[in-house]
Structure formats: structure tokens, C-alpha cells
Design a protein around this ligand. Sequence first.
Ligand code: RIB
Ligand code: NA
Length: 309
Amino acid sequence: EDISVVVVGSCMTDLVSQAPRLPKAGETIHGHRFFIGFGGKGANQCVQAARLGAKTAMVCKVGRDVFGNDYIQNFKNNGILTAYVEQTENAATGAASIIVNDTGENAIVIVAGANMLLGQEELQRALTAIVNAKVLVCQLEINPDTSLQALRMARENHVKTIFNPAPAIVDLCSDFFKASDVFCCNESEAELLTGMSVTSVEDASQVGLELLNKGCGSVIVTLGPQGCVVCQPTNAAPKHIPTTTVTAADTTGAGDSFIGALAFYMAHYPTMPLEEMARRANFVAAVSVQTVGTQTSFPFQKDLPTELF
Ligand code: RIB
Ligand code: NA
């Protein structure tokens, strides 16, 4: 098949409550809206790449339950190949309890469930798709060993890798850096990984270089409304790529929209400079924050300015 982007990663059912603010420990507050959506970082990234026009496949595991069945239908509705989406009796489909406040910030608890049962065997079954892809994308909502193995499989077969260390873990195995062509994280993940605090573009540039030194091909640190910083070994200095100013309705999944877009550009415009891909991915992600919801807010190619393609 002509699959250009393969995502080995998570699916979660997002249970979203909108409330004026995030509750404190032990507190109950009234929210004003509840909805269920399709989420999970892996699936979100795959959906965004697909909506921009990439032929995509998802390698993941859901439960043999209503949420799992619905999720498979959601992949199909987005034109994503589901041959490597497996269902298990042994765990429930992953779930994310999300609270979004009136300024568009969120707090999330994930219960990975079936996602944690994705392993070696499932990767072997997806081998042909992985090694023939242009880009492979992984995150950390599945067993980290599975992510690392997928990245290595891709690397050995000259498939470009994007690794998104989210949610971040303090003691990330150093092999992840070496297996990443593009290592892409947000400011809080960068903080956790380096112990350095990241609030400004200057901080992001510094942590970016620190992460680059661990052996990644390139590093992108995303900064929300401040855009992102791109660090490449060929450039002396990190490059700040600002983004357009927008009013945020819900920033949930904005990082996934960015990474899905990046995967699309890497697969379909392989000679485009990474900084230009980042500039375009910033734009796509900025569209996503302006509407509520995760995948529901991810734009399609037809909704975007033609100069992005
Ligand atoms: O990155 C956003 C995603 O994180 C949500 O969709 C939620 O499922 C959590 O995994
Ligand atoms: Na959104």
C-alpha cells in the first residue's frame, strides 16, 4: 500500500467537562457542558495528518467494548487504515477525563487500559506498513518499550521518525533520543526531561540544544501562543518560529495537531526546510485551538489557505 504516515500509539475516549476553572483537591464545582470525543495523542496525530491529505495507518489497541467499536469507526470516517487496529478482551479502551476552563486551559487524567497491551507481536504484524512508510510517529501513552521498538524498526529501514515524549517521564531512556529524527515536545515536557525551567523563547532554545546534544536529529520545542523553537545540528542557533495570535477556546490536542501536520509535511514535502514545516504546522495548530474539542477542531486541507500546500 502507499501509506505515507504510520502512527504507533494511543487511542483514548475523551470525557470532557467545561467548567469556569479547574477544581482544587477535594472540591466539587459546577461545569456548564459535557461531551465525549475521540482523543489519545497517537490517534489525534494520525487524524490530523490524514485530514491534511496523508495516507495513514494507525497501529494501536482498543478494548472489545462500545468505546473501542466506536473508535474503529472514527478511524474509518477519517480515511485511516484500520488493518492494524486490534481489539482486546483483557482491558478497556483507554479513557481520558478532561476538564477545560474558561481560558481554554486543561487538566487531564488518562487511564491507558488497552493501550498498554500493544506490544512486540502487534508491531510484527504491522511490520510491512511501518518499514514502507515515509514517516513513523510515536508518543508515550503506550508501553514505552513498544514505542522505542517501533522507532528502531523505522530507523533501521530509513523511515523518518517523529517522537513526541508525551506525557513526559523523568527517566526517559537515552535510546529514545538516538531513535528520533525529530524530537518534538512542549515546554512542560522539556522541563521534565532536562530539569530546566522553560517559560521564554530563550529557555526553549537552551533546552532544545540540551536535548539535541542527547543525540536527536532535530528538536522542536512547542510554546503554545509563542509558536515553537527549532534546533538543528546544521544551524548554529535555535530558530524561533512565532505563530499567529488567536483567541483560544480549547487548547486540548493542539500539540497533536502540530505533530500530525509535521508528519504530513515530512512525508509529502521531504525537501522542505524543517523550519518552514514548523511554521505551517504552527498555523494548523492555531486553527485547532479556536474551537472546542480535540479531533473535532482539527482542520481539513480544504479549510486551510492553499499556500500551506
Ligand atoms: O493531547 C491531548 C490528548 O491527551 C487528549 O485527547 C487525551 O486523550 C490525552 O491523551
Ligand atoms: Na481545540
